[in-house]
Write a protein that binds this ligand. Structure first.
Ligand SMILES: [Cu+2]
Length: 230
């Protein structure tokens, strides 16, 4: 078992004088539980600025609890924690167009940093929400974000951040489901060469812990994971 540790942080240094803020986005241990990976499905090719490349598709979900994702139907150790599914261990091909579809089932509120209510790093700088093209969402109604950070190494840079609009509190539970109908968010991005990246949610959804950045926000496998390009 490798003891190698990958520390991936989003370091924001506000220079000048005594003001310095460093945010550590995620600390991921190789020895942490290795959730069953989900690999993007390659289906045909896409014409891009980089030429004709494989077109890969990845499907994810965000839930208001942990009953439907990788923690098992009993929700595991923290059934009431918000979670991504079906896995937080994601694999996509190198030098490909990756189209991600996220079914977002959770509610939400105001995001701490409105930067993350905007779309960054996708093709065209846009996403679609329930079929409608948008460059961001209302910062007062964000459920989660899907944010890929490039590790500070010599691998190709990869930075993508997409806000996932909150499901309104009054949307009823859908027939045959435990949840209301989701907001369906879709976006595409290009991968470079092989690499290992971290992704996480930047909406403070860890209710009740450390200004809402604790709990599911600070334990791998809920609101963070890895993205392997290769
Ligand atoms: Cu979240």
């Amino acid at each position: 078992m490798s003891a190698r540790q990958t520390i991936v942080g989003l370091a924001i240094a506000v220079g000048g004088g005594a003001v310095g803020v460093v945010l550590i986005g995620a600390v991921l241990h190789r020895s942490a539980p290795n959730f069953t990976p989900v690999a993007a499905t390659i289906n045909g090719t896409a014409q891009t600025r980089a030429g004709t490349v494989p077109h890969a598709y990845l499907k994810l979900d965000t839930y208001p609890d942990s009953m439907a994702g990788e923690h098992g139907s009993d929700g595991g150790a923290h059934p009431d924690w918000v979670s991504y599914g079906p896995s937080t261990n994601l694999h996509v091909p190198a030098h490909a167009l990756v189209t991600v579809t996220i079914n977002q089932y959770d509610g939400g509120e105001t995001i701490t940093n409105p930067y993350f209510a905007k779309v960054h790093g996708t093709i065209g700088g846009t996403m679609t929400v329930n079929g409608k093209t948008q460059t961001g969402t209302n910062p007062d109604a964000v459920g989660h974000t899907f944010t890929i950070h490039a590790a500070p190494t010599n691998q190709d840079p990869l930075y993508v951040s997409v806000p996932l609009p909150a499901v309104p509190d009054d949307r009823p539970v859908a027939k045959g489901s435990d949840y209301p109908a989701p907001n369906v968010v879709q976006f595409s991005f290009m991968t470079g060469g092989k690499g290992e990246y971290a992704w996480n949610c930047e909406y403070p959804c860890g209710d009740g812990y450390y200004a809402k950045f604790g709990g599911p926000m600070s334990v791998r496998g809920y609101m963070s994971g890895t993205l392997t390009v290769g």
